[in-house]
Design a protein around this ligand. Structure first.
Ligand SMILES: NC(=O)c1ccc[n+]([C@@H]2O[C@H](COP(=O)([O-])OP(=O)(O)OC[C@H]3O[C@@H](n4cnc5c(N)ncnc54)[C@H](OP(=O)(O)O)[C@@H]3O)[C@@H](O)[C@H]2O)c1
Length: 496
């Protein structure tokens, strides 16, 4: 494909951080490389910002290593001749309000006098700096004016620590940058597996007709990772719910129940996702549990308590970190029209409920990393002989497989055989296409908090221990707990 040349200035704060090195720099490599192949690379600049001064050779080595380690098709020639010349580095302490005028000067200078290039400011530092960033930027408005129509300011998840703080932060972002320019992003919405699943769901008539509580008994979302704490003080303070469940998990659940968007227009996609998110009844802590991994002698890996001990936390912080957990499992109810009969049900299987239940499990230090959606059909209905549809979203190319009992009926690959990495997809969306359809809007951020607010506020679920990397953890065996009664006001089909 050949088209108009692309010009952008991308300011990456937190360029020395884990996320920038493992995901964003490799994504930039691939994006620039694609633009070169398509002969569309216009005037592009990539400005890295970190808190500490760096020699140019040290900065070059950081960018080089990040790309070399994470880009399979890495080329020395491309790196040194094309990519590296686009970079500059600036040390700015973003806690210092005086740094922000310099910040804006650097960005505007890189755009050049015509200001015709798109400007994307990626605030990829720890969330506790977001308020400071907004306040600091506000201090520049008088001298530099508001951001223009070609500017987007991106904030990584999580936004806030709960619904109230998220709402305050979003309000501040709007005041400083304008609602149209301040965006939050959730990289799980950039994942090809997730988008392919939705496409399959909406474009396959037989599935589309059966995607409702008349046919579906249960949908299980499983997000498992093999990694653990790995020295991240931030995770220890945040816990599994704020770090993953209230954003990634909630966004995927919303996608599972969302109605078909009217069109591909960004507003319609966001409205459908939001409708999905808002359809969920806030989770009942009695139908959830949290857990943390403990040492498993076979895997030789330390348990979460030992990893936390290495961070030098005091006894109170340690107890809090354990109570916030590294795994979450819960069941939810949707009130969307297609899922009207949805009701609570037991984890694991073996239930006789006639409504539809939605379960989610998010587990760190699981035996394998996977993202999977299992759709279990009602045996009493005509479902093309299927008991289950399993959407395998990650790792590798996405696919969907239909089962009758243990027998595989058919399997189809979804999406491309070499899916784009999520950050590459989202960065292309914003840098090249200026399309933020898959960026959660503010209302979506708040609706996701709403879904899990009772757990965030009460922290009442049982906290269990699970052995790190043990196969038996799969499928919620460890998570079995008695079913709580449906909360008052929820009329289940059985109750009717
Ligand atoms: N890591 C992930 O896998 C992941 C996934 C999804 C979302 N996120 C989100 O992405 C953001 C960054 O995460 P991360 O894992 O990359 O964090 P990180 O490894 O701790 O990196 C933090 C970055 O922020 C910079 N920084 C810290 N204080 C600063 C200051 N006062 N002024 C200027 N720069 C400062 C650091 O620069 P110096 O090194 O120069 O101090 C570093 O580049 C967080 O919001 C996180 O929630 C992370």
């Amino acid at each position: 494909m050949f088209g108009a040349s692309v010009a952008f200035v991308y300011v990456l704060t937190g360029i020395t951080g884990n996320l920038a090195r493992t995901k964003k720099l490799p994504a930039l490599y691939r994006i620039v490389s694609q633009l070169v192949r398509e002969n569309r690379l216009g005037r592009c600049r990539i400005i890295g910002v970190g808190s500490r001064p760096k020699q140019i050779a040290e900065f070059r080595m950081l960018v080089y290593n990040a790309c070399k380690e994470h880009v399979r098709e890495f080329s020395e020639h491309f790196f040194s001749q094309v990519l590296w010349p686009l970079f500059q580095y600036h040390a700015l302490d973003l806690r210092d309000q005086a740094a922000y005028c310099r910040f804006r000067e650097i960005a505007e200078l890189a755009r050049g006098a015509s200001r015709s290039a798109r400007l994307v400011i990626d605030v990829s530092v720890l969330p506790e700096l977001y308020q400071c960033f907004c306040e600091g930027f506000r201090g520049t408005l008088e001298s530099f004016g508001p951001v223009d129509d070609l500017t987007t300011v991106l904030f990584e998840k999580p936004i806030g620590e709960d619904r109230r703080s998220a709402a305050e932060l979003l309000k501040l972002m709007h005041q400083v940058f304008g609602a149209a320019h301040a965006k939050t992003w959730d990289h799980f919405l950039g994942k090809e597996g997730f988008r392919s699943m939705l496409q399959h769901r909406f474009s396959t008539l037989e599935i589309k007709r059966r995607w409702n509580s008349h046919h579906v008994r249960r949908i299980n979302l499983s997000i498992t990772e093999t990694n653990g704490l790995e020295g991240r003080v931030y995770f220890a303070r945040t816990g599994i719910c704020r770090d993953m469940v209230c954003n990634h998990g909630a966004a995927y659940l919303s996608g599972l129940v969302m109605p078909e968007p009217r069109t591909h227009h960004p507003g319609d996609i966001q409205a459908a996702l939001l409708e999905g998110a808002r359809s969920f009844v806030p989770v009942d802590p009695a139908c959830c549990n949290l857990g943390y991994y403990v040492r498993n002698d076979e895997s030789n890996l330390p348990g979460y308590p030992e990893e936390l001990a290495g961070l030098g936390l005091d006894a109170q912080q340690l107890a809090r970190a354990l109570s916030l957990g590294t795994s979450f499992a819960g069941t939810l109810v949707s009130r969307a029209p297609a899922w009207r009969n949805s009701r609570y049900f037991r984890l694991p299987t073996g239930i006789t409920a006639s409504g539809t239940g939605f379960s989610i499990e998010v587990i760190k230090r699981a035996p394998a990393a996977k993202k999977q959606v299992e759709v279990c059909f009602d045996r009493g209905k005509e479902n093309l002989g299927m008991d289950r549809l399993v959407y395998h979203l990650e790792p590798g190319p996405a696919s969907v497989t239909a089962f009758c009992g243990e027998r595989q009926l058919w399997s189809t690959q979804l999406g491309s055989p070499c899916p784009k990495e999520a950050y590459e997809q989202l960065l292309s969306d914003v840098l090249i296409d200026a399309n933020t359809a898959w960026f959660p809007g503010d209302q979506m951020v708040l609706a996701c908090w709403d879904m899990f607010e009772p757990v965030i506020q009460n922290q009442t679920p049982e906290v269990i221990e699970y052995p790190a990397c043990v196969q038996a953890l799969d499928a919620g065996a460890v998570y079995a707990r008695p079913m709580a009664a449906a909360p008052c006001g929820l009329r289940t089909q059985a109750a009717c």
